[in-house]
Design a protein around this ligand. Structure first.
Ligand code: SF4
Ligand code: NI
Ligand code: NI
Length: 708
């Protein structure tokens, strides 16, 4: 059979199955039965992205199938192959959505099935920073279990996000390999149609970050081809259906690598690699993915894929716990003459001298020297320790400053991992990432309890106090410049964040100090200096210089932004914001919700639904994405009256920001315990009940001017 015949026949087969399944479902449930995937604002995301139509019921699904049929042209042109591939993918989405009828949960551990919008938003930052350099879709059954494990591990070690479809899932389970989103290995499902759940991620990324208009199929495919670094590894034997799905992948710009002999190759798109151990290299080359290598001399793996790994009590060799004993982590700027580069010292017992399962002290001081080093960069470097230590396979880190907690697993210990290796990791990572400011670096790790107490109380805490005072004195007025950040342009081509001391980037990961350091490290990089010498309107925080910068960095897509208003010229959102706030007309206030909160808000919309209304680098007055930390800022919506306008937040978010919000409300308005006046989901999720609660609490927003 030719490639044409194979794709057409696979497409026809899936179409027939889909038609049968939809008819059967209508017979059983009726045409008005609702159909949708859970936790998405995009209905059937693939069909919606391609056609611009949201399917809500089985009857509409049947109509949609008629539209899919029109894609299935049968001429012998490449275009017909691609469209039949897309049609096959859409049929797969229809078959999958039927599994979710009546709120069913068709997938069980370890499989994920449909992935929520929130997952895609979380992937935003690591994808733009290159922390996740690519997305692998592995399909079918590897020649042997060992081949399967080796391939997945090779991607994991590079930080590549792996999704799995079919028998390879059982192969990994059989080998006892840990899977899950936290280690970047996501089994989707055993049926080949479950591959649509990763396609759905790619297409939603285009809608969320790319501001692609649903239905604009041409730009949709251009976006995935240029910006979503995905590829497919399909194991032999291939059947017609898999080949037809593969054609869909290629239409989106995702190359397919297979070990099936005799397939007619398409350069850069359909590639035969009979040696499975070379799948990794062949795939990266085909998709043009470059891997940053950090070579660190330790006995276990070091990769960002291990960042989310958790070590349970029973699996741990030793633990260090700053909440129970004296611990600290600290960067100290010293004179170059005082340190020796790459010297690592452990003062006190090593891990083999500690009792199994015991809680111990640890304090590491990373001394750095460099002519461009500034004390403002110390906390920026220090905050990265969490990522660095977490990337070690079998080591887990939480917290910071003198409250960190570290666990070393038995597996890592048995592989030879010791405390001194934490020093190696800190040394190599700091030198690698901060080479522009750090010329020399030495690490001293204290495990001796008395020394830890001394370092913590006499060195670390006084340093932290000094830094906190410095941070408090950093206001938008007290600095001469702000910074732009355009990291997210990889996915949101016209988005620009303006980062100020009192307004961090909306992802929550870039503060003014971070931006300053990024600029210093890479003067032509994503963060550029923005002067603020020509104010236009202090009330909303608008400057001629800021507008000029935004015009330049958005390539003309944006003309003007304000720093302090959500109604007038608000800042744009890319899509990876931690929170979104939107106006609540009945109370004259705003509702804020965060990515982690899956429930309803008084606006009648969930986080994904609200989030789908903003993003992609366009201004949407009345809605704004922002970082969690911005909520307690005196500059939060200052133009509209500030944090006094906040009428509702999810309970957990309230708890996280309570201290700073209360402090700001006291300072600005003299209100005590303002957070208690703010509603949450345990109080109300409908506007009338919320207003009743606010009235009872005498919430200030009620007597303020309407926002529109
Ligand atoms: Fe993206 Fe803005 Fe965060 Fe930069 S500061 S990474 S542009 S969200
Ligand atoms: Ni103490
Ligand atoms: Ni972003």
């Amino acid at each position: 059979m030719t490639l044409f015949e194979t794709v057409f026949s696979g497409n026809d087969a899936v179409y027939g199955l889909t038609e049968g399944a939809i008819n059967a479902a209508i017979e059983q449930h009726g045409a008005d039965k609702a159909v949708s995937f859970p936790n998405t604002a995009y209905s059937l995301p693939c069909y919606y992205a391609v056609t611009g139509v949201k399917v809500n019921t089985l009857g509409e699904l049947k109509e949609a199938l008629g539209v899919v049929k029109t894609l299935m042209t049968r001429e012998m042109r490449t275009h017909d192959i691609f469209m039949s591939g897309v049609a096959t993918a859409l049929c797969a989405e229809f078959i999958e959505v039927l599994k979710y009828i009546d709120g069913a949960t068709p997938y069980e551990e370890p499989c994920y099935g449909h992935l929520a919008d929130a997952v895609i938003r979380e992937l935003g930052v690591p994808l733009v920073t290159g922390d996740i350099p690519g997305v692998a879709v592995i399909l079918g059954k590897a020649p042997t279990t060992e081949d399967a494990v080796a391939l997945v591990k090779s991607y994991q070690a590079q930080g590549i996000l792996v999704t799995l479809v079919g028998d390879v899932i059982d192969q990994l389970t059989e080998a006892g390999m840990k899977t899950g989103a936290n280690v970047r290995v996501i089994p989707l499902g055993k049926d080949v149609t479950s591959v649509i759940h990763v396609v759905s991620v790619a297409l939603r990324a285009a809608l969320i970050f790319g501001n692609i208009t649903p239905g604009d199929a041409g730009n949709l495919m251009k976006y995935t081809m240029e910006r979503v670094p995905a590829f497919v590894n399909a194991f032999a034997p291939l059947n017609d259906v898999i080949v037809a799905c593969g054609a869909g992948a290629i239409a989106l710009g995702f190359p397919v690598i297979t070990n099936q002999e005799g397939v007619s190759e398409v350069p850069k798109s359909l590639i035969v690699q009979t040696d499975v151990s070379k799948f990794n290299a062949t795939s990266l080359e085909a998709r043009d993915i470059k891997i940053k290598i950090t070579n660190i001399d330790i006995p276990v793996a070091f990769a960002s894929a291990f960042e989310g790994e958790i070590i349970r009590r029973g699996d741990m060799q030793v633990e260090f716990d700053g909440s129970r004993v004296d611990c600290a982590e600290l960067v100290q700027t010293v004179d170059a003459s005082e340190i020796e580069d790459h010297k690592i010292t452990v003062v006190g017992p090593e891990a083999d001298e500690m009792e199994l399962g015991s809680k111990n002290n640890i304090a590491y001081v990373v001394k750095v020297a460099g002519k461009n080093m500034q004390s403002d960069f110390e906390p920026v470097i220090e905050r990265k320790f969490h990522n660095y230590i977490n990337c070690i396979e079998g080591v887990y880190h939480t917290g910071q400053r003198d409250m960190q907690r570290i666990r070393i697993s038995k597996d890592a210990f048995n592989a030879g991992f010791r405390i001194k290796h934490i020093g190696e990791v800190l040394y190599a990572s700091v030198k690698n990432e901060f080479d522009a400011v750090v010329d020399k670096c030495e690490v001293v790790i204290y495990t001796d309890p008395a020394e830890c107490t001394r370092i913590r109380h006499e060195v670390a805490i006084p340093t932290f106090d000094k830094r906190d005072d410095r941070l408090k004195s950093l206001t938008d007025e007290s600095v001469d410049v702000y910074y732009s950040c355009i990291l997210c342009q990889a996915f949101s081509p016209s988005h620009v964040c303006v980062v100020t001391p009192e307004r961090l980037g909306l992802c929550g990961a870039v503060s003014w100090l971070d931006a300053k350091a990024t600029n210093e490290l890479d003067p032509n990089g994503p963060c550029q200096v923005i002067t603020k010498e020509r104010p236009i309107d202090e009330r909303i925080g608008e400057y001629e210089d800021v507008n000029e910068a935004v015009q330049k960095f958005s390539q003309g897509a944006l003309q003007d932004v304000s720093l302090y208003s959500i109604m007038e010229k608000p800042m744009t959102s890319c899509g990876c914001f931690e929170c979104i706030c939107g106006i609540e007309p009945f109370s004259n206030g705003v509702v804020i919700t965060n990515r982690e909160y899956a429930g309803m808000t008084p606006l009648g919309m969930t986080f994904p639904e609200l989030a789908s209304m903003t993003g992609g680098g366009v201004q949407t007055p009345g809605f704004m994405g922002h970082g969690k930390h911005f909520i307690g800022s005196k500059k939060f919506m200052k133009a509209e009256g500030g944090i006094e306008r906040i009428v509702w937040m999810p309970k957990e978010l309230k708890e996280t920001v309570a201290e700073r919000v209360n402090q700001t409300a006291k300072e600005l308005y003299g209100i005590d315990n303002f957070i208690d006046m703010v509603g949450d989901e345990t109080i109300a999720t409908d506007p009338e009940e919320l207003v009743a609660f606010l009235t009872e609490k005498n919430h200030p927003a009620l007597s303020m001017d309407p926002m529109m």
